[in-house]
Ligand binder design. Structure first.
Ligand SMILES: [Zn+2]
Length: 110
């Protein structure tokens, strides 16, 4: 059975009347699917771009979160925007590396 075509494989029509061909772009190290017009070279990015924008938004200034106490432990809640961009799932594994008393790095395993 042939693999189902996704919208990312379809040609789109550009506002200039030209054909926009699907293409994989590299935006700051991230794979972003999109389309480029063969005639005027205009680029349209897919929703993949939202992930790049969310990461860029929080990469520099971080996200300010509240620690919640649960029993003897504390829980960090990750905002929906970041959860969706990083495709974090409940029950997924992360590894926490304390870097100093003021800094930790959390690596997503799955
Ligand atoms: Zn065009």
């Amino acid at each position: 059975m042939a693999k189902a075509k996704t919208i990312y494989e379809d040609e789109l029509e550009c506002e200039c009347g030209g054909a926009m061909k699907p293409k994989l772009f590299n935006v700051e190290g991230f794979d972003v699917r999109g389309w480029q017009c063969l005639k005027c070279h205009r680029i349209d990015y897919s929703d993949d771009m939202n992930v790049v924008l969310t990461i860029k938004k929080f990469k520099k200034k971080g996200a300010l979160l509240k620690l919640r106490k649960v029993g003897e432990t504390v829980v960090i809640t990750i905002p929906k925007e970041i959860r969706e961009a990083l495709e974090l799932k409940e029950g997924g594994d992360v590894t926490l590396y304390p870097v100093s008393k003021k800094k930790v790095v959390i690596e997503i395993e799955s």
